[in-house]
Design a protein around this ligand. Structure first.
Ligand code: ARG
Ligand code: ZN
Length: 471
């Protein structure tokens, strides 16, 4: 409603002056990228092309300090924008000028550049910071894993806040340089290739480079005392693996599994097409957590994955993610089936390869294992919600869905879909809806009813993924 105003000349001048301020809110980047599960994750208004992270780490105290330089492009006019971060910031520069900054919410860092950014403008953002990541809790937890000899950043969907400021969402992927200085005798492991390692004054600096687009949660850092092995596969791919010197009884089984990385990658390439990255490998730090994570080109494994014996199946799972999750990343966290359903299905194919049961046999077994009414069937793999994102049903019902797809489209179309999807969206992002459209195009079959039943409807489907009879 408009009020009738009688204003003086000075009042008119004040109103005119107020116009730019009134227009300003449209030039503020949103504090989230628009993910329905995690409204504050990622940020709006800019796109990052590269992160340069340069750190010093003291394992005795878990003290981290350093500078991250972010190369970004404004996708709208920006008087202010956000980063996601949780450590203590001491300075922010935007295009060389000191910027205003404020920590708000759980993990937001609001940055106000001295000179606003115009849509399309390049921005170089430098953030200097310090912290003790293991002491920093957000939403009641810390994704930084402290070990007796150092620390590890590996978590999904959040891990970056504890060691570098970012646009923390897989929809904004970037290349990375990670440079870390640690006391001589400690190693720093990250993604990609070790481009240099130098020592002076009692410190060793490790410079790692990832030159393919990488999601922030797939960017990992491990600091500790490791034995590092390097190798090259018959096809020429460099493989670097690292094992904590302190793996106890799990050391043999861990090596016997992770040292098969090259063999597993060659086998997976047969199903999924060429390996998308320039280097590969994995590391096993002396953490106590239970999960593994498909950190790009250098998988994070917990020693607990090998406590019950060797476990090539987990290696297959995490390496399958290099195609399904890392090269082709989800667009929104609700698309998690595109990661976990396919990584679990790769384990079923590996079982068949190892003569330990075919994919169809495992599907029949899993379907029978969960009778109607089992809470397992309450989870919808196509939209599990943030609390159920990593529920076993996303993996197992997700893989049942893929077996049902295989039986519906036939062997030839199915294996074309498995191989061509990673090529279609290489180094990009995709949604389940795009996968459906793609699979329909390749197979020539409508798949809406099938995926609706298996991915989006609670309850046990009336029939399992039954193999077609006869020829
Ligand atoms: N993507 C990982 C895997 O399937 C799951 C990691 C779960 N994350 C976590 N913080 N528990 O191997
Ligand atoms: Zn997984």
């Amino acid at each position: 409603m408009r009020k009738r105003l009688i204003v003086s000349a000075a009042g008119v001048a004040a109103l005119l002056l107020a116009v730019p301020a009134a227009a300003a809110p449209t030039a503020v980047g949103t504090p989230g990228i628009g993910d329905p599960y995690y409204p504050t994750y990622g940020n709006g208004g800019y796109d990052v092309s590269h992160y340069d992270i340069r750190l010093t780490y003291q394992p005795a105290t878990d003290r981290l300090e350093g500078t991250t330089t972010i190369l970004a492009t404004a996708t709208q006019d920006l008087t202010r924008f956000n980063l996601d971060f949780a450590l203590d910031v001491s300075q922010v520069l935007v295009n060389g000028r000191p910027a205003g900054y404020a920590a708000t919410g759980e993990q937001e860092l609001e940055v106000t550049p001295a000179v606003p950014l115009a849509k399309g403008a390049a921005a170089t953002v430098v953030v200097r910071y310090t912290g003790t990541p293991s002491k920093v809790s957000r939403y009641g937890f810390t994704a930084w894993l402290r070990t007796p000899d150092g620390g590890v950043a590996a978590g999904e969907p959040e891990a970056a806040w504890w060691w570098f400021p970012s646009n923390d969402h897989p929809a904004d992927k970037a290349t990375f340089d990670v440079s870390v200085q640690v006391p001589d005798g400690t190693q720093a492991i990250s993604n990609g290739t070790l481009v240099s390692q130098t020592s002076r004054l009692g410190w060793t600096r490790f410079n790692w480079r990832q030159n393919k687009p990488q999601a922030t949660y797939l960017t990992t850092l491990a600091l500790g005392r490791f034995d590092i092995s390097t190798d090259t596969t018959p096809s020429g791919l460099p493989v670097l693996t690292a094992y904590s010197k302190d793996l106890g009884d799990n050391a043999g089984a861990a090596r016997a599994s992770v040292q098969r990385t090259g063999e597993v990658l060659d086998w997976l390439s047969g199903w999924f097409g060429p390996y998308p990255f320039g280097s590969a490998g994995g590391y096993v730090p002396n953490v106590t957590t239970g999960y593994a994570l498909e950190t790009q080109g250098r998988v994070f494994y917990s020693p607990r994955q090998f406590a019950a014996g060797s476990n090539t199946s987990v290696v297959v799972h995490e390496l399958a993610h290099q195609w399904y999750g890392d090269s082709v990343s989800l667009q929104r966290w609700s698309d998690i089936w595109l990661n976990e359903g396919f990584a679990r299905y790769a384990q079923w194919l590996w079982s068949e390869h190892e003569n330990e049961g075919t994919a169809q046999e495992i599907a029949d077994y899993v379907y029978a294992l969960h009778p109607a009414g089992d809470t397992f069937w309450n989870v919808k793999p196509g939209d599990p919600g943030p609390e159920r994102q990593f529920d076993a049903a996303v993996y197992d019902r997700g893989a049942l869905t893929i077996q049902a797809l295989r039986n519906t489209v036939g062997e030839e179309a199915f294996f074309r879909i498995l191989k061509e999807w990673p090529a279609e969206h290489r180094y990009g992002n995709a949604t389940i809806a795009q996968f459906q459209a793609f699979a329909e195009r390749v197979s020539g079959k409508p798949l809406g009813d099938l995926l609706n039943t298996w991915l989006y409807t609670a309850g046990r489907p009336a029939a399992g993924p039954v193999a077609p009879q006869g020829g």
